[in-house]
Design a protein around this ligand. Structure first.
Ligand code: A3P
Length: 359
């Protein structure tokens, strides 16, 4: 482990990764004005809803072509908003630009190692989305939660009122108290869950912990030893990496508070190999006008992953800690785990209406 070698998306066998048509019925809410072309805005509402149409368009002046506008918006986000985030601006500038710190309208609640960072960064390509860069851990950490909702809001990045803020903290998905706490903040919030084939996710989870141990020169057990109970030879459900991958168990807790329509499931395996269609489904779910395009995503062969292109000048790949080489795992253990997860997966497909064809 720890090698810098990067794999090609799809180079691992993903026989379960067969694309499914998305049969969800999207609700009929109107698209946000931010980033809409004027023709789209005209379609969705009367002229007074054009105020302000797009902060970017307004500030750069003049009508922009549909192709140009998103790029302008993105440059603007990279420039001014970036400076705001770093704290290099005065209160006067915040006031002049009508910038605010808004509670999130959508949260990526998990799943750890599902591709939560990639999803957040890719959604941040959208001109109407502003990400909270750090994992805030407000709802899962009692100490943070005790600081109150204003503390949480102040952790949010500056944005225009027409934009939406998104944060991600993967621990939310598995932490008992979180659904109720989020419900108390906003019962109609949109919740994004990005999942990967459960055994792969568990190995990815293990790989991250292993790397941490190695960094501290500590020894660690092999995955096989942790995942399989040596006494019973059955899957060890006390092992956290296994428990986290039983997605349906966690989701059922959330469903005590939120209806299933408020969740959107992102296929994390497909986000690796074919990110755009997954992002387009999220845009729909969030009622955002479609603005993320193939231009914004390019495959980086050295990295072995898709990277992000904001504009002609600025592009970036995720940090090296995303896309680690997984250790070899005994195939019989993999088979045992897949068999174990199978009934939970079936239930998950049934509840969510999204079939992922995992083995
Ligand atoms: P691996 O390190 O197991 O490959 P998270 O951000 O939730 O911790 O998820 C990390 C996973 O995101 C990585 O797991 C990687 O496979 C996946 N991922 C998805 N898209 C990626 C991208 N464009 N660049 C890097 N990693 C990506």
């Amino acid at each position: 482990t720890g090698s810098k070698l990067k794999r090609q998306p799809g180079s691992e066998k993903r026989p379960w990764n067969v694309h499914q048509p998305d049969n969800r019925c999207w609700n009929n809410e109107k698209c946000l004005n931010v980033g809409c072309s004027s023709s789209e805005v005209a379609r969705v509402g009367s002229l007074d809803r054009l105020q302000p149409l797009c902060p970017v368009e307004g500030r750069f002046g003049g009508a922009r072509s549909q192709v140009e506008l998103p790029l302008r918006a993105l440059q603007f986000k990279r420039g001014l908003l970036h400076e705001f985030r770093k704290g290099n601006t005065s209160k006067e500038q915040v006031r002049l630009h009508d910038l605010v710190q808004q509670l999130p309208k959508a949260i990526i609640i998990g799943v750890r190692k599902g591709g939560t960072r990639a999803l957040l960064e890719m959604l941040n390509l959208h001109p109407a989305v502003v990400k909270a860069s750090q994992e805030i851990h407000f709802f899962d950490n009692d100490e943070n939660y005790a600081k109150g909702i204003e503390w949480y809001r102040k952790k949010m990045p500056f944005s225009y009122p027409q934009q939406i803020t998104i944060e991600k903290s993967p621990a939310y998905f598995i932490t008992e108290e979180v659904p109720e706490r989020i419900y108390k903040m906003n019962s109609s919030i949109k919740l994004l869950i990005i999942v990967r084939e459960p055994t792969t996710r568990a190995i990815s989870d293990y790989t991250q912990v292993l790397e941490g141990k190695e960094r501290k020169n500590k020894t660690y057990y092999k995955f096989e030893k942790l995942a399989i109970d040596p006494n019973t030879c059955e899957v060890n459900t006390k092992y956290k990496a296994v428990r986290t991958s039983i997605y349906t168990k966690h989701l059922e807790r959330w469903l005590k508070y939120f209806p299933i329509e408020q969740f959107h499931i992102v296929d994390g395996d497909r986000l690796i190999t074919e990110p755009l269609p997954e992002l387009q489904l999220v845009e729909k779910f969030l009622n955002l006008p479609p603005r993320i395009s193939q231009y914004n995503l390019y495959f980086n062969a050295t990295r072995g992953f898709y990277c992000l292109r904001f504009n002609i000048i600025f592009n970036k790949c995720l940090a090296g800690s995303k896309g680690r080489i997984h250790p070899e795992v005994d195939p019989s253990v993999i088979t045992k785990l897949r068999k174990f997860f199978h009934p939970f997966n079936q239930k998950f497909y049934q509840i969510t209406g999204r079939t992922l064809n995992w083995p």
